[in-house]
Design a binder for this molecule. Structure first.
Ligand SMILES: [Zn+2]
Length: 47
C-alpha cells in the first residue's frame, strides 16, 4: 500500500503527477504550481 502524496502539499497524487528533481533527489508533486514551489524553496535554501 504505497500511497504517494505531493511533496509540497501532501495531496494524494493522481495521473497528473509531476516529477521534479530537487537537490539530486526526484520527488513527485500534484501540479506544476507545487513543482515551482519546491524549486523556489530549493533555490532559496541552498543558495
Ligand atoms: Zn501539491
Amino acid at each position: 500500500m504505497a500511497t504517494s502524496t505531493c511533496a509540497a502539499c501532501d495531496y494524494p497524487l493522481d495521473d497528473n503527477r509531476i516529477s521534479v528533481k530537487i537537490g539530486g533527489k526526484t520527488v513527485e508533486v500534484c501540479c506544476e504550481e507545487c513543482a515551482q514551489k519546491l524549486r523556489e524553496a530549493q533555490a532559496a535554501g541552498n543558495g
